[in-house]
Design a protein around this ligand. Structure first.
Ligand code: 3PY
Ligand code: MG
Length: 242
C-alpha cells in the first residue's frame, strides 16, 4: 500500500517556504502533497521541500506540473513517495506516467536521486516502488476510466473535482451531489482494477461529502486554509469576553 492509503487525511501545500511546510507536516496530517502544478514549487523549491521533509521523516507526495518524464523523475529524485499526475485522459497517458516513475527494465526513469547529496544513502533502484496516482479530472478521462485503471502500475485514481466539474459543465457541488454519477464511475473502475481511489477535497465539508460518496483517501485541507482557520479560531477565542 502506498502513502495515499484508504482512510487517510492529507494536506495540500502550495506555498513553497520550507519553514511553514515543516510546521504543517508535523501537525497531524497523514500525508503532505506538494503542488507543483498550481502551487509555488519550481525545481529549486521542490528540492528544498524534499530535503526538509526527508530530514523530518515526513513521507510526501508531489503533484507534478504535467505528465512529463522530467517532472516525474525530479519529484521522485527529491524523495517523493507518491507522484500525482494531472490530467491523465487516456491509456497512453497513463502508461507514460507509469513508465516515467519506474527505472528500467520496467520503465524509463533516469538514475539521480538527491539523497546522497543530503548525506543519505541512495535507495537501491530495484527497491524503488513509488506510488503512481493518475488524476481523473476530465470528461475524456472519465470516458476512459476503466481502461486507465487497468493499466499495470497505476496504483490510484485521484479525482480532481474542480477540473472534472469544469470539463463536465457542472458546478463542483452538483458533481459531488447525490449517489451514482461520475464519482461512482471512478470508484467502480478503481474497485474493478483492485486499486485505490483518492480525491482533492480542500475543505472539511467537501471531505465529508466525498467520504459519503465512497472516497476516503482525501486531501482535506490546504496549508493556506490551515493557517487562516487557525487564525480565525485563535482570534475568536482571544476576543474580549470570549
Ligand atoms: C482539481 O480539483 O481539479 C484539482 O486538481 C485539485 O487540486
Ligand atoms: Mg485539477
Amino acid at each position: 500500500m502506498g502513502l495515499l492509503a484508504p482512510g487517510t487525511q492529507g494536506v495540500w501545500c502550495s506555498v513553497a517556504g520550507p519553514t511553514l511546510l515543516g510546521l504543517v507536516a508535523r501537525s497531524g496530517f497523514d500525508w503532505v502533497a506538494l503542488d507543483a502544478q498550481h502551487g509555488e514549487f519550481d525545481r529549486g523549491a521542490l528540492v528544498e521541500a524534499g530535503r526538509t521533509l526527508t530530514a523530518a521523516g515526513c513521507p510526501f507526495a508531489v503533484r507534478v506540473g504535467r505528465n512529463d518524464a522530467g517532472d516525474i523523475g525530479l519529484a521522485l529524485d527529491a524523495g517523493a513517495a507518491t507522484v500525482v499526475v494531472p490530467l491523465v485522459d487516456t491509456v497512453e497517458e497513463a502508461r507514460l506516467a507509469v513508465a516515467a516513475a519506474h527505472y528500467p527494465p520496467g520503465g524509463s526513469r533516469s538514475w539521480g536521486p538527491f539523497a546522497p547529496l543530503w548525506g543519505r544513502e541512495a535507495p537501491e533502484p530495484a527497491l524503488a516502488s513509488p506510488q503512481v496516482a493518475v488524476m481523473l479530472e476530465s470528461a475524456r478521462g472519465l470516458a476512459n476510466v476503466e481502461e486507465i485503471a487497468a493499466v499495470p502500475g497505476v496504483d490510484l485514481l485521484f479525482v480532481g473535482p474542480f477540473d472534472l466539474a469544469l470539463s463536465l459543465g457542472v458546478s463542483v457541488d452538483d458533481l459531488l451531489e447525490g449517489t451514482g454519477g461520475p464519482l461512482a464511475t471512478v470508484c467502480h473502475a478503481a474497485e474493478s482494477a483492485g486499486i485505490g481511489v483518492a480525491a482533492f477535497a480542500g475543505t472539511p465539508e467537501r471531505a465529508q461529502v466525498l467520504r459519503a460518496r465512497g472516497i476516503d483517501c482525501l486531501a482535506v485541507a490546504t496549508e493556506a486554509s490551515v493557517v487562516s482557520a487557525g487564525a480565525q479560531t485563535l482570534l475568536a477565542r482571544a476576543r474580549p469576553g470570549a
